[in-house]
Ligand binder design. Sequence first.
Ligand SMILES: Nc1nc2c(ncn2[C@@H]2O[C@H](COP(=O)(O)OP(=O)(O)OP(=O)(O)O)[C@@H](O)[C@H]2O)c(=O)[nH]1
Ligand SMILES: [Mg+2]
Length: 298
Amino acid sequence: MKKKAQHKSGFVAIVGAPNVGKSTLLNQLLGQKIAITSEKPQTTRHRILGVAHLPGAQLIFLDTPGIHRARGPLNVRMVEVALKVLGDVDLVVFITDATYPDNPSDEIILDSLKKRNLPVILAINKVDLVNKETLLPLIEQWHEAYPFRAIVPISALERIQIDDLLSEMVAVLPEGPQYYPEDSVTDLPERFIAAEMIREKVFRLTGQEIPYGVAVTVESFKDRPGKNLIDIQATIHVERESQKPIIIGKSGRMLKRIGEQARQDIELMVGCKVFLKLWVRVQKNWTRDEKAIRRFGY
Ligand SMILES: Nc1nc2c(ncn2[C@@H]2O[C@H](COP(=O)(O)OP(=O)(O)OP(=O)(O)O)[C@@H](O)[C@H]2O)c(=O)[nH]1
Ligand SMILES: [Mg+2]
């Protein structure tokens, strides 16, 4: 009698320094956007869970904030979130940036991986930006640094070798059940993702220092009776009075752009029209206030 094909499953942490492409990779692995991304480091602030359903396997990914030598209570909190995820997974995918080979944060991550007895796959990301010649010595260097289960050069953005990376992950995972039903992609409420989409637009559209002092809360998220439409009211919190006019922009133009772009992303997620109303509010120095950090859900 032929043996029944085994079902594999497990929890997979996606860790790495800030800005290496962890959330971009998560979205590619899922084939849909649940995690926000931007060219600024420290975009992700929470543990973001996403479920990939493959024939014969289920992978539960945990995207994490970038691990680095953190300064300030908010960043310290974010690194704690990332390190905590490492405590409870079957496999780690460690992402490094091919364009930033001597990233000091990689050392910190490697050290914390060495302390745990977990299988680790290394993904060298952004290979679309480097020459093949620089890649080989880089792979060699990493090969000597740690006994990785596999080293896979990828481009999360261009979707290069993502399927190879997935196969390597499945190979390492144990036999296991379907932890999540077939139709679930994440455990995050739509309300949370909506707030994140708004925060993403602030990260993408405003200059250097603004994003770090921003938090977004959704006050109301309601179906409009009799209409295929969701009404959302949200607040963008900034930490200084001087940041408020920057978010609002000249004649309200910046806030309008943030709202329009966020609304489009939210509509894609919920599959219907959205009416989004945004407010801006100053919460003085909240990133340095433990209580406020907790109140914003971090
Ligand atoms: N060229 C190129 N850019 C990439 C690739 N992957 C990610 N990026 C870009 O790198 C930047 C950071 O991507 P994110 O996915 O937000 O990175 P992250 O590691 O989640 O960052 P944090 O959440 O801040 O730690 C974005 O501008 C992405 O578009 C890639 O494979 N190639
Ligand atoms: Mg991220």
